[in-house]
Every structure is written in C-alpha cells, then in structure tokens.
Design a protein around this ligand. Structure first.
Ligand code: UTP
Length: 301
C-alpha cells in the first residue's frame, strides 16, 4: 500500500507582470512567448502530465485571457485546417487539448508575490498534496523534472523541491538548500536560504521552480507577511512549514532554463531547436556559422 497521498493536482502561477521581459510583455503574457513553436506555459503543462498530474490549476490575472484560450478548443481553426487537409496540425492541436474539466483558472487580483499566487489556489486544491511548477523555469532533458520529484515523494513523502547545482559564486542569486542525509532519489534538506550573502550559502544547490507541497502551506501563506521585494514569498512560507514537516530535494538530471530572463529564453530556444528532428540540423548549421563569424570578429578586433 502506498504510504503517501497521491499528488493529483498541480498549480501553475501565471499572474506575474514579467517586467524583466518588457516591452514584449506589455500586451503578451511572458508565459505565451514561444520556445520554437510552443508557448512557454505549454512545456510546464506537458511536464505535469508526464509526471501523472490529472488536474491543473492556473493562477492567472487580468490581460492574460489568451492563456485560457490556448488551453481551449478552437473549432473554427480546426474546420479551416480540415478544409485544407492539414491533418498533422489537427492531430497536434487535438493531442494538446486538455480533457474537459481537467483545468481550472483562478485569478490573483494583484501580483503580490509567488506565495500569494499559490495561496489563491487553496480552494481549488483542497486538502491534498499538490505540485507547483513555475512555468518560466523550463525543464530540458530526457525526462521532465517533476517526474523525478514524484519518485522522491513516493520514497520520502512530505514536501519535495527540485534543485540544480550552480557555480558557488552564483549562489547569492538563488534560493539555496542545505544538503543532509542522502535518499535514493535525492537528499534531505537541512535548511533553505533565499539569496544568501556571498560566501554564506550552505551549498550550491538552488531551487529550480519545481515543488511538491503539503496543503498545510496554505494556512501558513494566509498569515505570511511581505518579505523580500515587498512580496509574499513562497520560500518564507516553506521555511515555516519546514519547522513541522520534512523537506527533501531532488537534483534534476537535465537542465532548467530561466525563460523569465532574456539570456535563458534565448538559450532555451537554441537548445530546444537543436533537439528537434525537423529543424535541428538546419539550426545547428546556422548557429555554428554565427558563432564562427562572431569569433573571427572578436579575433580581428
Ligand atoms: P517571477 O518572479 O519569475 O515572475 O515568478 P514575474 O514577477 O512575472 O517576473 P518579473 O520579475 O516581473 O520579470 C515566477 C512565476 O510566478 C508567477 C509568474 O507569472 C511566473 O510564472 N507569479 C509571480 C504570479 O503568478 N504572481 C505573482 O505575484 C508573482
């Protein structure tokens, strides 16, 4: 018998302002910017489904209706594609369409921080453990990161976070966890520090935007005061929860791109394009040519 409660639902918060990506995000949600030919948020949904998630709760906001439309049927488009015999495109769109009733949307009226966005999902999640995926952190690897968190959750229960290793001198940019006893799919978390001062990080394992959390986080977030950036911070809530419940960390074997920042977004586009059977070889040749001519310009300068 499984000793942990099954994780059936996931929260995907999409209510942020995306200020690091202005002016693109003035009218287009950053979660709808595309990596190759799919919006960023689609990768998080695919990863959640691959990990066995049955229901996704989007925490959205004003001016983001296009995200809801993306996950709805498009009968006029399908008829038009059908008239022109575009069967492959129809199959792709149909495969992406969530089953009726398997997605919910709730609104965060103001972007008060990630902790507040997660709290907005409390009624839709109810009293059960849930996954949380930050959609702008895009997993790239043979397997999505959340599936690995599920393995560790089934082994250790409690709360689980996804981590990756950064260069030690970069640790002060991230949420960092301390490494304790090793488990089969990860390790016990001894401490969590948001943006530690230089030289004070307990390790170089940083939080990569994937979580499995117990529902007790909601009552903590309900009383959470504003922290860094004057926002209600999820990490502050997790720190409180860690006083009464276990946290384990799963080191992701792939790589996560921070697509909320320009460099990560461009890197993700190149990595995903190179991995594609239809365009990978062509993109490889043009990227290689660009790199070679860039190098020769540098050498000539
Ligand atoms: P980020 O901090 O990366 O998103 O939050 P942001 O605030 O939109 O980014 P910048 O700093 O202004 O460029 C990670 C995820 O959490 C969501 C965001 O939409 C993003 O998907 N989020 C963040 C919310 O839903 N609500 C918030 O109040 C903050």
């Amino acid at each position: 018998m499984n000793r942990v409660r099954t994780v059936r639902k996931a929260v995907i918060p999409v209510a942020g302002n995306g200020t690091r990506f202005l002016p693109a995000t003035k009218a287009v949600p950053k979660e709808m910017l595309t990596i190759v030919d799919r919006p960023v948020v689609q990768y998080a949904v695919d990863e959640a489904r691959q990990a066995g998630i049955e229901h996704i709760v989007f925490v959205t906001s004003r001016n983001k209706q296009v995200i809801e439309d993306h996950f709805d049927d498009a009968p006029e488009l399908i008829s038009s594609l059908s008239r022109s015999g575009k069967k492959a495109q129809i199959s792709e769109l149909e495969a992406m369409l969530p089953a009726a009733g398997s997605v919910s949307f709730t609104r965060q009226q103001a972007p008060l921080g990630l902790g507040h966005a997660v709290w907005c999902a409390r009624d839709l999640i109810g009293d059960e453990p849930f996954a949380l995926l930050l959609p702008d952190m895009v997993s790239f690897g043979a397997r999505g990161c959340l599936a690995g968190l599920m393995d560790l959750y089934n082994e250790a229960g409690g709360n689980v976070v996804g981590v990756e290793q950064c260069a030690p001198e970069e640790a002060s940019k991230y949420g960092i966890v301390g490494k304790g006893e090793t488990a089969r799919h990860g390790f016990a978390v001894t401490e969590m520090v948001e943006k530690p001062a230089a030289g004070k990080a307990p390790s170089n394992y940083y939080l990569n935007g994937r979580y499995i959390l117990q529902p007790e986080i909601f009552s903590i977030l309900a009383h959470q005061t504003r922290g860094a950036g004057n926002e209600i911070q999820l990490t502050d809530g997790m720190l409180t929860l860690s006083q009464s419940q276990s946290f384990h960390a799963h080191p992701y074997e792939g790589r996560t791109f921070d697509c909320g920042a320009k460099q990560g977004f461009i890197e993700a586009n190149v990595a995903f394009a190179l991995a594609r059977a239809d365009i990978g070889d062509l993109v490889f040749e043009s990227v290689r040519d660009m790199v070679l001519s860039h190098e020769s310009r540098i050498r000539a300068a």
